[in-house]
Design a protein around this ligand. Structure first.
Ligand SMILES: CC(C)(COP(=O)(O)OP(=O)(O)OC[C@H]1O[C@@H](n2cnc3c(N)ncnc32)[C@H](O)[C@@H]1OP(=O)(O)O)[C@@H](O)C(=O)NCCC(=O)NCCS
Length: 278
């Protein structure tokens, strides 16, 4: 895929709007006025290669003490850094869209491990989801609606055929078998990120059997083995390419896709630096 194609795909939103039409182009929320609502969601990605040495302490300062302690416990530095990037982006995106200080956001952890924002007693409920892979962090935010994000490094080593055989639904396994050797890993990762984004959006993670639902990878539509399990019409999926080596997939549950705008863009590092100074 050429560079122009990559850039074009990065600019897609779930409703087909182009970047620049998005509300985030107006800059951060001030005076507590939220930049997102029930029809407008947001996602940022942060490639680690864009973060300079001097930025790491700045990004760390956006984390709570507990998050910093957790980051210290990673064995590999690359895991520590991507964790810091993800959680700084998460707190940054919340402050950017909703106003307020990055360290004030508090989370609870649901039954299967999904962090959920502790909502103020009154007012809308905001939902956030994080993903990290080698060299890239991502975060997505909605008001009320379930949202899941998954990012993958396209050069990872993975036993695609074995995993698909064990975990995918039958039509997905067939697509995998039809793929040429050169296409197989990309085909697998498209299915994988769609599946992960969905199980993260519903909060079940891998406690949800991955063969109980299947994707049409061209139409980006979901279907369920058990018809009453969930309603396919409420689900919207999109792939993005945050860079030549990465795939990001979003899943959003929303009653009307044509109204839904998701503003997706690289995390604005200048904003994060300013936020740390404030
Ligand atoms: C935990 C899980 C939800 C996602 O794991 P993952 O793909 O490894 O990790 P991601 O970086 O995309 O997501 C992790 C983040 O999702 C969030 N999360 C954790 N449990 C979650 C759940 N049940 N639902 C939604 N989000 C969840 C957390 O914020 C977590 O980040 P944090 O620990 O830094 O706070 C789960 O689906 C899983 O374990 N997947 C296995 C991944 C795997 O085996 N990959 C190899 C094959 S390609």
């Amino acid at each position: 895929m050429g560079r122009d194609d990559d850039e074009e795909r990065m600019e897609k939103t779930l409703s087909g709007n182009e970047i620049g039409d998005g509300f985030l182009s107006h800059g951060p929320a001030v005076g507590g006025k939220a930049l997102i609502d029930r029809d407008r969601a947001a996602a940022w990605w942060l490639p680690l290669e864009t973060i300079g040495e001097a930025d790491w302490p700045i990004l760390s300062s956006l984390l709570t003490e507990a998050e910093r302690e957790r980051s210290e416990r990673f064995h590999f530095e690359r895991d520590r850094l991507v964790y810091i990037a993800a959680h700084a982006s998460c707190r940054g995106l919340l402050s950017y869209c909703l106003g307020g200080a990055p360290l004030d956001w508090r989370f609870t952890v649901e039954e299967h491990g999904k962090p959920e924002l502790v909502a103020p007693e009154a007012g809308p409920r905001f939902r956030v989801n994080i993903s990290h892979t080698r060299g890239l962090a991502a975060v997505a935010l909605t008001q009320e609606h379930d949202i899941g994000v998954d990012v993958e490094w396209l050069e990872r080593t993975v036993e695609a055929e074995k995993l698909a055989e064990r975990m995918f639904a039958e039509p997905e396994r067939r697509k995998m078998a039809e793929a040429s050797d050169g296409e197989r890993l990309d085909t697998f990762l498209k299915f994988w990120t769609l599946k992960e984004a969905y199980v993260k959006a519903i909060g079940k993670g891998l406690s949800q059997p991955l063969d109980a639902f299947a994707f049409d990878p061209d139409a980006l539509e979901i279907s369920f083995r058990d018809q009453v399990a969930d309603d396919p019409a409420n689900w919207h999926f999109e792939h993005y390419r945050p860079g030549p080596k990465y795939l990001m997939t979003l899943a959003v549950r929303h009653p009307a896709k044509r109204r839904l705008v998701v503003d997706t863009r690289p995390a604005p590092l200048d904003y994060l630096r300013d936020l740390a100074k404030a």
